[in-house]
Design a protein around this ligand. Sequence first.
Ligand SMILES: [Zn+2]
Length: 411
Amino acid sequence: MPPKKRTEYLNRRLRGIIHYAYKHSVAVKNKLDSVGLKPRDIQTIKDLEKIPITKKADLVELQKKNPPFGGFQGVPLNELRRIYISPGPIHEPGDMEYDEVGWAQGMYAGGFRPGDIAINTFSYHMVPFAMEMVDNSLHRIGCVTVPTGVGNTEQQVNILKNLKANAYCGTPSFLLTIAEKAEEMGLDLRKDLNLQVAFVAAEMLSESLRLKLEEKFGCILRQSYGTADIGCLGYECMLKNGMHVPDDKIVEIVDPETGKQLPPGKTGEIVATTFNKVYPLIRFGTGDLSILTETRCPCGRTSPRLIKILGRVDQVTKVRGLFVHPGQVDEVAAKHREIVRYQVVVTRREDKDEMTFRVELKEETLPSESLQEEILKSIRDVMKVRGEVQFVPKGTIPDAAKKIDDQRTWE
Ligand SMILES: [Zn+2]
């Protein structure tokens, strides 16, 4: 769908869910009423800014006051199929007919096809992810599911082998555990097993782990991102070009302090809105940081993409009015192979913020002005904030040091 048409489509669906939720969900009605809004005030995605953000902690509080769902459910209790419980605890209403498409779009984009035999190693009890979201999405594509759940590694290996299962759903780290177990059992991962595609989520995926797993199994591994509350918010295509936003969600990137939308290319909190009538979360704050891009992906999909997940909002520090987060600190360090340990220290002198990038160098590397200049340039490029570089002796930065140590005091 061309971007303009997509926006019209999403605006139309947004108006629909706002009208529906205002009428059927007490929590959504209260949220709009609290800022004097009526459904007609929300016509476009831009108008969403007027609505307060609901965070996970708010959900917990609202549910305590008004159990079981804090008034968010959009249908009567007896029209639910299941009730799930996520850590928090948070109760989640389970739909009679699961009709979200996001995870299925992610699996399909990652190479899952009808007739594939998939082991689903996410946890099936209590939480909604494995049963409601992954299992139903596999079914939507036409895959055959083996509901293996978590653990039982040896059995998982035998199931992969005996059923010639070619697809995996689970965390990347558990797939590595399976690989190691299979090797320990004397199996040749490529010859004795038939794993072709892997759909991973619920964990940060490093490129090195992806390559390692793809290499070991000879498979394609793609990741998706989302939350158990709201479902899929992004998935990788074959090109690994960031994560495409699925067609049944609105994803905004906002300033975590003001809740205002930020333009593409800026770092901010991922805030999402679903069109799910059973659980109409409007402006759900994920607490995760990312950047949105609207440049075309050569795969042909026209949806915007989340470039990557950069960390958590609560790890963000503001330096001279700009957000600085641990992901950026890692990015700067990754550009210089000479750096072994690093930490950013933020201080305040004469009412001005100062940011110092402390680095420990490899033994064979001597501190030099040219290296200092190069690191300074990376700091400007990545963090967009000016800083100092300080070379410190080996062992100065402790093992458990915070990536960003904010030493400012406010009187
Ligand atoms: Zn793509």
